[in-house]
Design a protein around this ligand. Structure first.
Ligand code: HEM
Length: 209
């Protein structure tokens, strides 16, 4: 086994703060949106906490964004130039998660410093971080002060549209918070990727290094 440094410190700090924040946002979000389903805090405290953590998460997002923007590590996210190759790799990975893994077949993706993610991870993380998270933050800020942001809300089609988009993406994240750790547990041991996101180092087979 070799150890490869794949998750730099700013990414690890961003990630665990983000994970904790998203869990808090989902729990308080359920209390705010589905009145009576859970009652962990008063309604007012749930709203205040949701707003405060939301602002922290927006700031924290820029740790991830600026780190990749100004680092050569952005190469882990650069797309495969040949789309056919990208889709073939994604398909191979889906086949592994849906079938091969249950037959004890090896993971088709081999980790290296600039290829820490497989094609599916790379695509999913970019959709999450560059599309869904920014839309969620933007609609969240609009809903935070509907009077102040009334003109922007109107341009987007009204409060109902903005709120529906925010709730739909919330439902996506409520599912993501279970599926993402499940997929992250499919390393050579169940805890391998979690440990890597804590220490920064991924253990890889000698021939992969
Ligand atoms: C309980 C919550 C979570 C756990 C246990 C968890 C676990 C992990 C692990 C182990 C990795 C390492 C790479 C991998 O194996 O895919 C990772 C990466 C990643 N996670 Fe999470 N995660 C959690 C929540 C979240 C949330 C809420 C988000 C986004 C909203 C998120 C976004 C990401 C992203 C974007 C990466 C790639 C990091 C990079 O750009 O280098 N995670 N996560």
């Amino acid at each position: 086994m070799h150890r490869l440094y794949v998750h730099p410190l700013p990414i690890r700090i961003w990630h665990w703060l983000n994970a904790l924040g998203f869990i808090t946002m989902i729990v308080t979000g359920i209390q705010i949106r589905y009145i009576g389903l859970i009652n962990l805090l008063s309604f007012r405290s749930a709203v205040l906490l949701h707003n405060a953590i939301g602002l922290v998460l927006i700031g924290n997002f820029f740790v991830w964004f600026l780190f990749y923007l100004f680092s050569d590590k952005i190469r882990v996210y650069l797309p495969e130039l040949n789309p056919m190759k990208h889709f073939a790799a994604s398909f191979r990975q889906m086949k592994f998660y849906g079938y091969g893994i249950f037959k004890g077949q090896p993971n088709p993706h081999h980790v290296s410093v600039y290829h820490k993610f497989n094609a599916l991870q790379s695509m999913t993380y970019q959709i999450v971080m560059l599309l869904l998270v920014p839309i969620q933050f933007f609609t969240g800020v609009l809903l935070w002060d509907v009077d102040r942001f009334q003109p922007a809300i109107n341009v987007l089609g009204g409060l109902r549209v903005v709120d529906t988009v925010h709730v739909l993406i919330f439902i996506f994240f409520a599912g993501f918070i279970f599926i993402h750790p499940y997929l992250a547990s499919l390393g050579h041991t169940w805890s391998a990727h979690f440990k890597a996101m804590i220490t920064g180092y991924e253990e890889v087979e000698d021939e992969e290094a």
